[in-house]
Ligand binder design. Structure first.
Ligand code: 6GU
Length: 235
């Protein structure tokens, strides 16, 4: 998979050189390209924002530097492959595990994380001629910009690509993979500071353990995430 990230803070994405994603880049499973949005401005102040048309608080990102940066990415792309453009924004559709699974099947993702009050709306319309455009939010809270959200999405998506994480079986058994939260996990020692691992987990009876884990996952989901529980029951 190829990933392009465009930002006024391209160094923000240095974390993607660490750990499993860093390794996946070294192994050639992932190609990550960073771009400085200011390299695509034309004025001497390299400005990327201006006051909102119609008035209001804050500043809005101008569409032109984004369009130029995206054109540079497109110039380096097979035109037959329509890349996916992710615009992280708190006003977007909620990013979920299902969305991560769909994005993991794409050959080329481009991220356009805005700052300030967001990017001029016309950028989306222009970009839709060249990209599959997705406006995505990672949750109901507000961040200073879309960079952190982009890192979250990149991490959730790339770990689903074969060869990125070592143990693919662990993908099947984690929270959200079946619409349930994950069951409690334990490791040695069996007794620790007066607290014990549940007997069934130590019993060696795999069927009983699996049954217990399923019941725990359901119990947790019911009490912590009634919204997920309802969806799980009706699916
Ligand atoms: Cl994608 N961006 C920003 N700025 N805030 C957010 C978000 C995205 N998702 C949740 N909050």
């Amino acid at each position: 998979m190829r990933i392009d990230l465009i930002s006024i803070f391209p160094e923000y994405f240095d974390v993607l050189d660490l750990s499993l994603i860093g390794r996946a880049q070294q192994d050639g499973v992932l190609q990550i390209h960073r771009h400085n949005l200011r390299d695509h401005t034309e004025d001497k102040h390299r400005s990327v924002d201006s006051p909102p048309a119609g008035g209001g608080a804050g500043m809005v990102m101008k569409p032109e530097p984004w369009a130029r940066a995206l054109e540079v990415v497109l110039a380096d792309t097979n035109p037959a492959l329509r890349p996916t453009l992710v615009i992280p924004t708190p006003s977007g559709e909620l990013f979920t595990q299902d969305a991560a699974t769909r994005l993991a099947e794409q050959p080329h993702l481009v991220f356009a994380p805005g700052r300030f009050e967001g990017i001029d709306e016309r950028l989306t319309a222009w970009a839709a001629e060249h990209f599959e455009v997705l406006r995505l939010s990672i949750g109901d809270y507000v961040l200073n910009g879309g960079e952190a959200a982009s890192v979250v999405i990149v991490e959730a998506v790339t770990r689903l690509i074969p060869g990125v994480i070592g143990n693919e079986a662990s993908l099947q058994e984690e929270s959200h993979s079946e619409g349930l939260l994950e069951y409690p996990v334990y490791t040695k020692p069996a007794h620790w500071r007066g607290l014990d691992i549940p007997e069934v987990v130590l019993s060696g009876n795999h069927a009983k353990t699996a049954q217990w884990r399923r019941a725990q996952a359901e119990e947790r989901t019911k009490s912590i995430r009634p919204d997920l529980w309802q969806r799980y029951q009706s699916s």
